[in-house]
Structure formats: structure tokens, C-alpha cells
Design a protein around this ligand. Structure first.
Ligand SMILES: *Cc1c(COP(=O)(O)O)cnc(C)c1O
Length: 408
């Protein structure tokens, strides 16, 4: 008799996005004339930057002739991309990262989900609340939690992100080994200063812990004072792995390319207490379970760093940031408090009522779809996330409808 991994049965069936779809469908059926504007999903809407498209085409053409055809590439990514990433994203910002510490992959979702398998099932895990659900669910699947009770899994140390701490969690009271952080944050849009990250780096160093830093929204940072990488913090090379993605920065959600940085100094410990470097373990995992990102996609990703590509990506993100401003301004005018939207595509709004109630209000009164904050964790209750990923025209239309429908 085949038995299953029982830990999968602990997973909360995620009703969030199917619940949203059901409510939207019901609204649409009752109001067939009303056009619904979706500001709920975390997916980009603009096409790939022209520089990437050009490089992508060129890469495909190279695959079409015997002389330039390429089969399996290096699992870790081609040197041309790893070197470009190390230089542009790290060395040019004063962060000491080498090309062979960069592992190119097909997504930050996979990497943030897979990284936990390098560590003991006994490891004590700290996860922000609210946050991107992948960190929690993959640890549940791996058996690092107990049962789901009152909205939370036993055995996880939740790092509350609330109005009181300005959505940047405080250090945990109990000792933890593996710490997930995400800045700029999904869903709150909050950012962390160098001083705030330093506190976490120091904690990790003092406790032989490791930080898993998800910087998927790094490209949205416009505030000159904010760090783009955790490696801008002194000492982070020894205690932090960083995840990046071309999904939100260059519109690669459907193209698939991301990377993970594992500095050679990062250590975990074996049962005897001896140091074990993480870099060779991740390299081993990557080579055994992954066979590389396609060559044309890596060429398209390389083009993100060309002069034209940089300008086009900046313009792309500026467009989303401008949408976020429009959303924030409209919510302020309606008398709601919010955070995010400055260095992030997400605006996190205190609805003054339960998340789903506020969701229904926006849908039923204005035909606007958002995401209820409670879907990201118990601390998200009372909030909604509005995403700037849509056309400016749709965002303006959505905010005008809200202002019209919800005047207090
Ligand atoms: C969108 C997103 C990612 C990117 O995932 P990909 O698999 O690279 O598309 C990673 N982390 C967070 C928090 C995200 O919102």
C-alpha cells in the first residue's frame, strides 16, 4: 500500500484566489454591463522590453543553425549571464558577489520553495506574517510544522508585520535558525533600511542562523537610501542567501528567469557541530534536479542589463510606480490609511473592517477587484492589497469609480 506524505494533508486548501474568482463571477453574472477592473493579481501586464525581445529572437535564431546550436547548458547558468548579474546587480553597488555565487534558475518561486530542503527538518523557521505564501507552504510540505490551528501552523515562529512596527518585523523572542525576509514586501509594499537589515544580519551571525532574503521587487526601489541587496549590509555574506527574479523587474513572469545568490561563506552545521558550506550543497541540488534555463531566455535576461534594456525596464517600472501613486492618492482622499506604493507595486490599505468585507465593497460598489489581506496571513486581516500591475487608463478608471462610489 502506497502511503502519501501526510504533511501535504496539513496544508490549508488555498481558497483565496478561487474564492476571489467565484465572487467576481457572481458579480459579473448579476451585473453583465459592468466592466470589472482587476487590481488583484501579482502579475505584470506590460509586454517584454524591446531589448529583451530582440535578444530573445537572436537566441532562437542561433538555435536554428548547426554552427551556433546549443544543447544542455551549464545547470548554474551561462557565464555571460552570471557575470553580467554579478557586476551590475552587486559589484556596481559595492556588494562583493562573484559570478560563481550566482545560480540562474527558472523562478524565485521554485528557489525560495526548494532551498529549505538543504536544512534539517528540525530547523526552527521564522516567517513573516503577512507574506508570500510559498515560504510557509513549502516548510509545511517538508514536515517542519505541526497542525494548522487558529489560522497558524504549530512549530513556526511568525514574525508579525503590523502598523505598530511599520510592517518591518522585530526579532523573534525565541531562537530561530532559518529566517525568511522579503523587502520590498509582498503584500505590504514595506521596505527595510540598512539599519533594520543590519539588526537581522547581526542576529543571524550571533545565532548561527541563516537569512533567506527575497528581493523580487528590488527594481521598484527608488529611495536612494534603501539597500537593494542584503549584501550591502556588512557581514551578510556569511549569513544570507538572496533571491532575485526578472519576473517583476523586466516582465518575465511568462518567460521564466530568476537567480539565487549563495555566497561561499554561508554556513550551516552538521550533527557534530562542524561547519558545512551551503554553496556546494545548493550547487549539488541544482545540478541534480535542474537542467538550466533555456539559452534564448538567458540571452533575453542578459539584455535587461544592456543600456537600452536598463532604460526600458526603468520606464516599465516607473509606469507601475506611477499607477501605485494614483492608487495611494485615491485611497487617501477616501480617508483610508495605507502603506507601500513608493518603492513597490503594492498598496496595502487598512480597510477599517474585515478583509473580505472590504473586498466585497470594492467589487460590488465599483467593480474593482483587489486581494483580501487575510489571504497572506492572520496579520493581514483588516487589510486589502491593491496592485499597480495594470494599464494607467484602467487604474485611473478604477480609482475614479471608487471615489464616486465610496465617498464617505
Ligand atoms: C512574484 C514573486 C516572486 C517571483 O517569482 P518567479 O517565480 O521568479 O516568477 C518571488 N517572490 C515574491 C515575493 C514574489 O511576489
Amino acid at each position: 500500500m502506497l502511503t502519501i506524505n501526510e504533511h501535504y494533508l496539513k496544508l490549508q486548501a488555498s481558497y483565496l484566489f478561487s474564492d476571489i474568482a467565484k465572487r467576481v463571477a457572481a458579480f459579473q453574472a448579476a451585473n453583465p454591463e459592468q466592466e470589472v477592473i482587476k487590481l488583484g493579481i501579482g502579475d505584470v501586464t506590460n509586454p517584454l522590453p524591446p531589448a529583451c525581445v530582440e535578444a530573445f529572437h537572436k537566441g532562437v535564431d542561433e538555435m536554428a543553425t548547426a554552427a551556433s546550436f546549443r544543447g544542455y547548458g551549464p545547470e548554474q547558468g551561462y557565464d555571460f549571464l552570471r557575470e553580467t548579474i554579478a557586476k551590475n546587480d552587486f559589484q556596481d553597488r559595492g556588494a562583493d558577489i562573484a559570478a560563481d555565487e550566482v545560480f540562474v534558475s527558472d523562478g524565485a518561486k521554485c528557489d525560495t520553495g526548494n532551498i529549505q530542503e538543504l536544512f534539517s527538518t528540525e530547523a526552527k523557521i521564522a516567517i513573516p506574517d503577512p507574506v508570500y505564501p510559498v515560504y510557509l507552504d513549502t516548510n509545511v510540505m517538508a514536515g517542519r510544522t505541526g497542525a494548522f490551528k487558529d489560522g497558524r501552523f504549530e512549530g513556526i515562529v511568525y514574525l508579525d508585520s503590523t502598523k505598530e512596527n511599520n510592517f518591518v518585523p522585530d526579532l523573534p523572542k525565541e531562537q530561530v535558525d532559518l529566517i525568511y525576509l522579503c523587502f520590498p514586501n509582498n503584500p505590504t509594499g514595506s521596505t527595510a533600511t540598512k539599519e533594520q537589515l543590519k539588526v537581522w544580519v547581526d542576529y543571524a551571525r550571533d545565532n548561527k542562523a541563516l537569512i533567506l532574503f527575497d528581493a523580487a521587487y528590488e527594481a521598484f526601489i527608488r529611495d536612494e537610501e534603501l539597500p537593494h541587496s542584503i549584501y550591502e549590509i556588512e557581514g551578510a555574506r556569511e549569513v544570507a542567501i538572496e533571491f532575485r527574479s526578472f519576473s517583476k523587474s523586466a516582465g518575465f513572469t511568462g518567460t521564466r528567469c530568476a537567480y539565487t545568490v549563495v555566497p561561499k561563506e554561508c554556513m550551516a552545521y552538521d550533527a557534530a557541530g562542524n561547519k558545512q558550506a551551503i554553496h556546494p550543497l545548493w550547487n549539488r541540488r541544482h545540478c541534480t534536479k535542474f537542467n538550466g534555463v533555456s539559452y534564448p531566455v538567458q540571452r533575453a535576461a542578459e539584455a535587461v542589463y544592456s543600456e537600452a534594456g536598463k532604460a526600458q525596464c526603468t520606464a516599465l517600472i516607473d509606469g507601475y510606480l506611477s499607477n501605485a501613486k494614483i492608487i495611494g492618492k485615491a485611497m487617501s482622499e477616501l480617508g483610508y490609511e495605507y502603506v507601500g506604493g513608493d518603492n513597490s507595486p503594492y498598496v496595502w490599505i487598512d480597510g477599517g473592517q474585515d478583509s473580505w468585507g472590504f473586498f466585497d465593497l470594492l467589487l460590488n460598489k465599483a467593480g474593482v477587484v483587489c486581494t483580501p489581506g487575510a489571504g497572506f496571513g492572520t496579520c493581514g486581516e483588516g487589510y486589502i492589497r491593491i496592485s499597480a500591475f495594470n494599464s494607467e487608463a484602467n487604474v485611473i478608471k478604477a480609482m475614479e469609480r471608487l471615489k464616486e462610489a465610496m465617498k464617505k
